[in-house]
Design a protein around this ligand. Structure first.
Ligand code: NAP
Length: 255
């Protein structure tokens, strides 16, 4: 097998959460460009991504779930729907996420629970359900979308920092248990990427200048900047990679 063949995903199936926009959309398209069919978990939108995937000649299965509310049973059913449709599940990308800001002393309990549910609890339950299928296949790839706040604390985002730091710990914990089963669990920690999630920061001239001034490459990332690393972690090219949290941040963490 040549090195380029190692990156092919023909005949494989990926479940991507938060598939309708931003990073989830770019990662789903990357996996489809490499040959995978896509099951896309969404809350409010998926149509644009469906069009892009089907234009590539790949299949797209939309699955609706509100990850603020969904518990282990509903998320197990999500994975069952994927297997019912495609007979397999090779790749899980836990990408859906929210960030809610308040000073820590006044941080609302509802916001804390919402952020932890979407960013951490759902990722764990979906990983559990996916791993049971992957164990039967003898192979699988799980990619968690972490953050710079898996390494740093941020300001006014205690729930997000806790969730993303928890996701980094979970990545290592699951890798330790599941590497012997042929399941790779790794995480991508994106830096500042231009999406809806960061629209307020981009629009704030002072914050925008401060952010750009600290990024060595001097620009915001684009969702497409994550495509290569996503494909690497989803493909057999990364078969010896377990429990890594890889930052892709224009140099931010190196400063
Ligand atoms: P985004 O454009 O705001 O998209 C968020 C995604 O999460 C949407 O697809 C949304 O689904 C989904 N989502 C939110 N709440 C949900 C819920 N209750 N149930 C199901 N899905 C829900 O954000 P993004 O920038 O692409 O972020 C994607 C991931 O990357 C997040 O985990 C984020 O923390 C992480 N990240 C982003 C950056 C950045 O700079 N952008 C940096 C580091 C990490 P719908 O569209 O269907 O509503």
């Amino acid at each position: 097998m040549t090195v380029l063949d190692m990156f092919r995903l023909d005949g494989q199936v990926a479940l991507v959460t938060g598939v309708g926009r931003g990073l989830g959309q770019a990662m789903a398209v990357a996996l489809a460009e490499a040959g995978a069919d896509i099951a896309g978990l969404y809350n409010t939108r998926y149509q644009d991504t469906q069009t892009q995937i089907e234009t590539l000649g790949r299949q797209f299965l939309p699955i609706q779930a509100d990850l603020q509310q969904a518990g282990p049973d509903e998320l197990n059913k999500v994975v069952e729907q994927v297997v019912d449709q495609f007979d397999r599940l090779d790749i899980l990308v836990n990408n859906a996420g929210i960030i809610l800001r308040s000073p820590a002393m006044e941080y609302p309990a509802d916001d804390w629970n919402a952020v932890l549910n979407v960013n951490l609890n759902a990722a764990f339950y979906l990983s559990q359900a996916a791993a049971r299928v992957m164990q039967g296949q003898g192979k699988g790839k799980i990619i968690q979308i972490a953050s710079l706040l898996s390494f740093q604390g941020g300001i006014f985002v205690p729930a997000y920092a806790a969730a993303k730091s928890g996701l980094a710990g979970l990545t290592k914990a699951l890798a330790n248990e599941w590497a012997p089963l042929g399941i790779n669990v790794n995480a991508i920690a994106p830096g500042y990427i231009a999406t809806d999630n960061t629209a307020a920061l981009q629009a704030d001239a002072t914050r925008n200048a401060a952010i750009l001034g600290r990024i060595p490459v001097g620009r915001w990332g684009q969702p497409e900047d994550l495509k290569g690393l996503t494909l690497y972690l989803a493909s057999s090219a990364s078969d010896y990679m377990h429990g890594s949290i890889i930052n892709i941040d224009g140099g931010w963490l190196g400063r």
